[in-house]
Design a protein around this ligand. Sequence first.
Ligand code: TXA
Ligand code: MG
Length: 344
Amino acid sequence: MKTRLLSAADPETPKLAGEIIRRGGLVAIPTETVYGLGADGLNPAAVDKIFEAKGRPGDNPLILHVTGAAQIELFCHDVPAVAYELAERFWPGPLTMVLPAKDCVPKRTTGGLSTVAIRCPQTAVTREIIRLAGVPVAAPSANLSGKPSTTTAAHVLHDHDGKIDAIVDGGPCQVGVESTIVDLTERPARLLRPGGVTPEQLREVLGELIVDKAVTAQVSQDEVVKAPGMKYRHYAPQCEVLIVSGGREQAASYIRAHFAPNDRVLCFEEELPLYEGCAPLAYGREAAVETLSAGLFAALRELDKPGIGKVYARCPEGGGVAYAVQNRLKKAAAFQIVNAEEAP
Ligand code: TXA
Ligand code: MG
């Protein structure tokens, strides 16, 4: 199959991409978070193609992308008022809500669950594609399963050239990490994955919010978790990643003392001078955490090359969007962290 590259700026693109989706094809779509691999979320045969292209385990459910809050009731039942309050405040945007699924949503899409994850993306061309497709678009991140997510059309082409119908190129994703997922099927609500909408912002609407264990710690393959995707090794380059925490100078002395010739350092731009000779790669500025979230996956993909020994990574501290960056980086590192202020 020839994978067509469609420009988001071309006025014909939404119609074309919408048609491919309506006919049961696969289209990679840009969103503010990461690129998604989209198909008709109500068509099990189309959804099957997503799992096949990604090599994704069948029990890992997909997010349904819709054009707005008015569509929630089409696919979900027993929707609490707070879902509409969240949609009012954060949609279109990087927030996914888990709600009880109506029967029209195939089990293939929900990974066999009785709930469905739903979100309205901010990227205007993608909302137009969904509108013209006339169906909700199921879309996981467009990376091959287990690999760092795709934040440019080139990343998607690298993973899926010749295997999907089209890629809509909308430029690099601004947020850069996947949407925040909040489970509204229990009270208090539960944070399943941190993202561009922060826990602090969610608490302003929800009051109480429980943070699922899978957000902060490694869960094993056989554990029952609320977001099945959280138990799989994720976001990871093929080599070992070790997070080195602690002050800038201490971290640099620890890394320089342990650094071997094929290793790499993933750090903040401000730290580049400290790692001369250690092949440093900066993923953004520590002083502007949104540059770190925007740059993280491109950097992890850059480090996903054979021949790299180990990656020493620096991780931002604190809440807000830094919390999402910590989550992705910790998962890439399989939660291996050393504190340079305590370690020899
Ligand atoms: O930002 C995003 O959310 C991107 C863009 C493309 O929208 N999509 C994305 O999809 O990150 P994916 O499939 O890579 O991650 C979806 C996560 C998985 O961890 C999955 O297990 C969880 O959402 N999930 C989906 N449906 C769920 C459900 N009904 N209950 C709990 N977790 C669910
Ligand atoms: Mg993903």
